[in-house]
Design a protein around this ligand. Structure first.
Ligand code: AMP
Length: 284
């Protein structure tokens, strides 16, 4: 596996490759990222893992400062999963001058994480568009764990005619259900012990929907009560939205994305499930 830090070198290295998979990450790699890399290695002749902690998408400077950075361990991880190239540019390589052009998103960031993290998805979409143009992959891999991000990248590439296939990869979880995340390592032990409640609450909500509950407010109230009963978990949002447009639904009559964000101490975790109602009504 080659480690490449400059855009020019990366472009030169990829010049004659005809089957390229891109796995964009911010590093601190774990088996969730591993699932994306495995899938890309299976689908493509060349897999590029990018590792870039993108300052543009952090709304809290403390979060950016605390984000784990472990390049050597990440390189060993990516190599063990058979990635071909690790692209690890620094911020001055990605943003050599003040950025004046950004991807403008409408509607999609208005709920879920976007509501609480102003500018976050503008930063994500902009860096992903840059990476897609730098690498020119045939396929790019994104985790369902970040469902809003995945929906936004899908829509951005469709609306802007970016020639790439966006491949979704199911969320990889710890044995107790907690979605794997680079932030999990920042959790205090007592918070780590509480964290599986988040997925449990989402599963219970999906179960309620599957057994016929069509009122999103009833599902939300039950989820909020379950989380309020846990000490030390501060729920930021619990929302039920349409999976493509990411807007809250008034009535659950088709597949919905059920998603939450919660703080355990200063660590913010997100998770989601796709829930299906007992009977799906045709859309009017
Ligand atoms: P990050 O490094 O957190 O920006 O994540 C990079 C990519 O890995 C994103 O597409 C994430 O959705 C994906 N990812 C992160 N955690 C998981 C997980 N537990 N399961 C599946 N994909 C994940």
């Amino acid at each position: 596996m080659r480690i490449v830090q400059s855009i020019a070198q990366l472009r030169a290295a990829l010049q004659h490759h005809d089957s390229i998979g891109l796995v964009p990450t911010m590093g601190a790699l774990h088996d969730g990222h591993g699932a994306l890399i495995d899938r890309s290695v299976r689908d493509n002749r060349t897999t590029v893992v990018s590792l870039f902690v993108n300052p543009l998408q952090f709304d809290r400077p403390s979060d950016l400062a605390a984000y784990p950075r472990i390049l050597d361990a990440d390189a060993a991880f990516a190599q063990a999963r058979n990635a071909d190239i690790l692209f690890a540019p620094d911020a001055s390589e990605m943003y050599p001058q003040p950025q004046r052009a950004f991807v403008h998103l409408e509607l999609l960031p208005d709920h879920l994480c976007g509501r609480f993290r102003p500018g976050h998805f503008r930063g994500v979409a902009t860096v992903v568009l840059k990476l897609l143009d730098i690498v020119r992959p045939h396929r790019a891999y994104f985790g369902e764990k970040d469902a809003q991000q995945l929906a936004i990248i899908r829509r951005m590439t469709a609306d802007l005619n970016v020639l790439v296939e966006i491949v979704p990869v199911p969320t990889v979880r710890e044995p107790d259900g907690l979605a794997m995340s680079s932030r999990n390592r920042l959790l205090a032990p007592n918070h780590r012990a509480l964290a599986p409640l988040l997925f449990q609450t989402l599963r219970d909500a999906a179960q309620l929907i599957a057994s016929g509950e069509t009122n999103p407010e009833t599902v939300q109230a039950s989820a909020r009560a379950a989380i309020a009963a846990a000490p030390d978990i501060r729920l930021e949002y619990f929302e039920i939205v349409d999976p493509a447009e990411l807007q809250p639904v008034e009535r659950i009559n088709g597949p919905v994305l059920v998603a939450l964000a919660a703080f355990l101490g200063s660590v913010r975790l997100i998770d989601n499930v796709l829930a299906r109602p007992a009977v799906t009504e045709p859309r009017p």
